[in-house]
Design a protein around this ligand. Structure first.
Ligand SMILES: Nc1ncnc2c1ncn2[C@@H]1O[C@H](COP(=O)(O)OP(=O)(O)OP(=O)(O)O)[C@@H](O)[C@H]1O
Length: 230
């Protein structure tokens, strides 16, 4: 079984160190929830792993294959960016045809949430409608590992819950690293929580540590009991 290994990853912008000697791994069937305050470097980390951002140092490997850039990672790592990425002036069904292989296209064409949108163009959709298409495209790509940067941003609770269930169903065939400020959903979904702070990444043993680390207040933790322990 392939494992995504990230090792010795460092990044600074000028004198500011963003990521210090990051080590992280993710296996097929695992969901790692990446949590950290605004500006802690979560997006930077995911972009470096995908290959669209440079690092000072990095060693990334999927199984035996060393991934130095986006091309090396094709079919292995895919990334849902925070910002919308679908092209305008192209019908959604054409985009699906361009992005996915036949088997996965058929799944999306039959999807109840996507059916009403297939003949529309990207610019005719709401932000939430774009987001669900983007998420499903990335999840259905042939990549073994999927990095999701704020997937729940701008989606309604029903669609958010749908996405959560959808990720759980696809989990057996892929590995996920997911970050979102909707931390309860990340905690509920993830097998392991990893916390990025001051450039260092650590794995949490219990969600209670988020209070000790100052990410959430004790009162938020006490009222947020709908999430499962990581
Ligand atoms: N191109 C850049 N040049 C200089 N600094 C940058 C650049 N991109 C990001 N940064 C800085 O790097 C830090 C980490 O940014 P990043 O977007 O990775 O954080 P984040 O944890 O994803 O934040 P958020 O949760 O707010 O999305 C921030 O301080 C940001 O200002």
């Amino acid at each position: 079984m392939n494992i995504l290994h990230i090792d010795s990853l460092t990044k600074s912008y000028g004198d500011k160190i963003i990521l210090s000697d990051i080590f992280l791994s993710c296996g097929i069937g695992q969901i790692k929830g990446l949590i950290g305050r605004n500006g802690s470097g979560k997006s930077t980390l995911l972009k470096i792993v995908f290959g669209t951002e440079s690092a000072n140092t990095k060693f990334i490997r999927v199984g035996e294959k060393i991934v130095r850039n986006v091309t090396d990672g094709r079919g292995l790592i895919n990334y849902l960016p925070q910002d919308h990425f679908l092209p305008n002036n192209v019908k959604i069904k054409t985009i699906i045809n361009l992005f996915l292989d036949k088997e996965n296209r058929e799944v999306l064409f039959a999807n109840e949430h996507l059916k009403p949108l297939l003949n529309k163009k990207n610019q005719e959709l709401s932000g939430g409608e774009r987001r669900i298409i983007e998420i499903l495209l990335i999840i259905h790509s042939n990549a073994q590992f999927v990095l999701l940067d704020e997937p729940f941003n701008g989606v309604s609770p029903i669609i958010r819950d749908y996405i959560i269930e959808y990720i759980k169903k696809r989990k057996s065939s892929k590995g996920f690293i997911i970050t979102d400020h909707d931390f309860e959903n990340v905690i509920g979904l993830a097998d392991k929580i990893i916390f990025l702070d001051n450039g260092y990444l650590r794995e949490l043993k219990d969600k209670k540590e988020l209070v000790e680390l100052g990410y959430i207040k004790k009162t938020t933790y006490n009222t947020g009991n709908r999430c499962a322990s990581p």
